[in-house]
Design a protein around this ligand. Structure first.
Ligand code: BV8
Ligand code: ZN
Length: 248
């Protein structure tokens, strides 16, 4: 895909860059998205799985679903899109990744400043005494584990529907969005709130909104640029154009 020089120059002149990402950035790693044609919500209902009442009603079923997703993620690797963002972090001083993803791939790729709005599937805690059980061995528990301290149920440390996002993380994300000069919106259908407010806030505070997606979304009309294609191709492409213009 051809990226015009005026866009590249705008990115080069940015002082603060935000990468707002969704499940689409991990699609090329082989991790299914939620609402795409092969999305996991097509087969399962989020209400039945990604919410606290479902967990209380049937902790083993919900736990097993997360173990299944952890299994998939464990076998996958970050892709060229994740690594391009890490290279941006080396080229620019202030880069923040604000992700809706719980798959930990930005951290595994080496990104240094990742704000996880919806938590992290590799982390867990006891719903009663809040003891943490991060990185439980996948094979260790087929059924929802019980807390060793108080016997309470251990749950994945992800934000379920109807639950508040971690306040400090979300406030920080809002702050970085407001301060950004360029905000990439990558691989998200932009339908889940309040996370989907982040690019809107960025735009309202004067940021240049650059969407990268394989299709148009509800946000496309609001973006300054809407680049259609795989993020694992477009991001390295943009990076190469920047390096050319900066003679790196
Ligand atoms: C809250 C974590 C209130 C767990 C997730 C009605 C009833 C109940 C609630 C609501 C309602 N209406 C609105 C709400 C609020 C609700 C919401 O927004 N629902 C939506 C669906 C209508 N939000 C909430 O419930 C939030 N909490 O509101 O609390 C509150 C307030 C005060 C006090 C108490 C409570 C919590 C939302 C978080 C839910 N957790 N997941 C888990 O993962 O198991 S949601 C889930 O959606 C994921 O986190 C995901 O990150 C998120 C967003 O999805 P996307 O990342 O955008 O993925 P999607 O598949 O949709 O799109 C992928 C995109 O990639 C596509 O556009 C595709 O074209 C593109 N793509 C594909 N391949 C590529 C690509 N792009 C580039 N390259 C490629 N190769
Ligand atoms: Zn406990």
């Amino acid at each position: 895909m051809f990226i015009n020089n005026s866009l590249i120059n705008k990115i080069i002149n940015a002082k603060e860059i935000v990468f707002f990402t969704g499940a689409g950035i991990s699609a090329e790693s082989g991790i299914p998205t939620f609402r795409g044609k092969d999305g996991i919500w097509n087969k399962l209902k989020p209400e039945e799985l990604a919410n606290f009442n479902a967990f209380l009603k049937n902790p083993d079923m919900v736990w097993e679903w997360y173990q299944y997703r952890r299994q998939i993620i464990e076998e996958k690797q970050p892709n060229a899109g994740h690594y391009a963002i890490v290279e941006f972090e080396n080229l620019f001083n202030n880069v923040t990744v604000i992700t809706q993803n719980v798959d930990n791939l930005h951290n595994r790729a080496g990104s240094k400043k990742v704000l996880e709005l919806h938590g992290n599937i590799e982390k867990n805690f006891c719903i009663k005494c809040k003891t943490r059980y991060d990185n439980l061995l996948i094979s260790e528990n087929k059924t929802a584990p019980k807390c060793k301290i108080c016997g309470g149920l251990v749950r994945p440390d992800v934000v379920w529907f109807g639950e508040m996002l971690p306040q400090d993380v979300f406030n920080n994300a809002e702050k970085m969005a407001m301060r950004s000069d360029v905000c990439f919106v990558i691989g998200t259908s932009a339908v889940v709130y309040p996370a989907a407010n982040i690019p809107i806030i960025a735009k309202q505070y004067g940021s240049l909104l650059i969407e990268i997606n394989i299709t148009n979304t509800e946000l496309s009309h609001y973006c300054d640029y809407s680049l259609i294609g795989n993020s694992g191709e477009i991001l390295p492409n943009i990076l190469n154009e920047i390096k050319k213009l900066k003679n790196i």
